[in-house]
Write a protein that binds this ligand. Structure first.
Ligand code: ASP
Ligand code: MG
Length: 421
């Protein structure tokens, strides 16, 4: 059994979907398969905009219409016969989305919980449309609602998987279907035992693919992307970026931890535990091999250059005649944890500390409220965290060129710097 995952770019318009169908037809043969799909194109971003406008009581109707028109356009180009039924399916999905929005009242529900109820529509819409398209194209498959398979806690927006119930559901609900037909399901979304929709964190569809592979003992996972595989740097920033033909699970996992965007950070560990190979391949050049991630360690890896964007450097200085003691430092880290803020880089001095975090206004404010009586807190937004794994002098020189380096550290084979343009 194989798991295939198609991200937003691979299902962004009618030609992309035709290409996806060809890839599926080529690989379907006798293999059992689970197909995990993201929202189409940039739909998740558009839904975030819609949700924020609704939440802030701004006019959201234009955004909603744009999302609907985008999908209508794809359907118009893609479906040959029986357009009526697919259009009425689409209409109903958008009616449901509107009803769901109208049910949200900021007085009775948290931002994060409400967010998940709306943002998840991207995947529901895409898989409904694609499942119908595949059926029309004589690629027989069964649509499965991931909310009834992937069970999570109610942390919203960044939920933790309940592996026991998820495993039970996979065995009970999914296994009997894949014995007969390919399964098509949504990435990124899950559900609670209370029947509420949750999400696994932005770009979480890769993780969904790993969850299905883990529970169903898949022989491999393939993530189809618009890049050739995993490169040693973002080609927009790192000139002459090179593709890794092979990476070990651990190398790949570490790269994603530092912010390499090509796969979601949570994807690798479940696959590593069951030693399921992960292929990252190009849907533009589906005959090329891409990158294979597996269990063998490689000796010498070319430096991986990773810029983590959209970071804020938070500086806390102890007020009055006090030092930054361990108990204080622990309290600060606990304060971040309480707001689910991850510290990506921490530098402690005698009188304070500097912490690099991802910009998330709603959560940062609560952290500031807790600590501002004891600390002078200042922010440097718009910084990036540069990590070079297996660095050498040349890779540092070429990477920091043109940047102002605010903080810098070398640790084993890792070089890190907080940089600003
Ligand atoms: N559609 C979701 C997102 O854009 C999940 C994913 O693409 O993996 O974040
Ligand atoms: Mg995406």
């Amino acid at each position: 059994m194989k798991v295939f995952k198609f991200g937003g770019a691979s299902v962004k318009d009618a030609p992309a979907l035709e290409n996806m169908l060809q890839i599926l037809q080529k690989h379907a043969d006798s293999n059992q398969m689970v197909i995990v799909i993201s929202a189409m194109g940039k739909t998740t971003n558009a839904l975030e905009k819609l949700f924020n406008q609704y939440w802030e009581q701004e006019d959201y109707l234009t955004t909603l219409e744009n999302i609907q028109e985008y999908h209508v356009d794809i359907v118009t180009k893609l479906f040959i016969d029986d357009k009526d039924s697919i259009f009425s399916l689409l209409d109903n999905l958008f009616i449901e989305l509107k009803q769901q929005l109208n049910r949200i009242s900021p007085q009775t529900v948290s931002y994060d919980e409400a967010y998940d109820q709306i943002i998840s529509f991207g995947e529901i819409i895409s898989t409904q449309l694609i499942s119908n398209y595949l059926q029309q194209s004589e690629f027989d498959c069964t649509w499965v609602d991931a909310r009834n398979i992937v069970y999570t806690d109610a942390q919203w927006r960044d939920t933790k998987i309940d592996w026991d119930i998820t495993q039970q559901q996979m065995t009970k609900e999914v296994e009997p279907i894949i014995a007969k037909k390919p399964v098509i399901t949504q990435g990124f979304i899950g559900g609670t035992t209370g029947k509420k929709t949750t999400t696994l964190g932005r770009e979480g569809s890769d993780f969904t693919a790993a969850i299905f592979a883990y529970c169903l003992q898949a022989e491999s996972v393939t993530i189809w992307k618009d890049v050739e595989g995993i490169l040693n740097g973002d080609p927009k920033i790192v000139p002459n970026a090179q593709k890794y033909a092979y990476l070990s699970y651990w190398e790949a996992a570490e790269m994603t931890q530092y912010g390499a965007k090509v796969i979601h950070p949570k994807t690798i560990i479940p696959l590593m535990q069951k030693q399921i190979p992960l292929y990252v391949r190009s849907f533009v050049h589906p005959l090329r091999t891409g990158t294979c991630i597996g269990k063998t360690q490689v000796e010498k890896m070319i430096p991986a250059i990773i810029f983590k964007e959209n970071q804020t450097l938070v500086k806390l200085e102890v007020k009055g005649a006090h030092f930054m003691t361990n108990p204080r430092f622990i309290e600060i880290l606990q304060g971040l944890e309480n707001q689910h803020i991850e510290a990506h880089f921490v530098h402690k001095s005698a009188v304070g500390c500097e912490i690099c975090i991802s910009g998330r206004p709603h959560r940062t404010q609560k952290f500031v409220d807790t600590f501002q009586t004891q600390y002078d807190i200042s922010f440097t937004p718009g910084v990036q965290l540069l990590t070079i794994k297996n660095y050498d002098q040349a890779s540092i020189q070429s990477s920091i060129q043109g940047w102002e380096v605010l903080l810098e550290e070398r640790n084993g084979h890792i070089y890190q710097a907080v940089v600003k343009q």
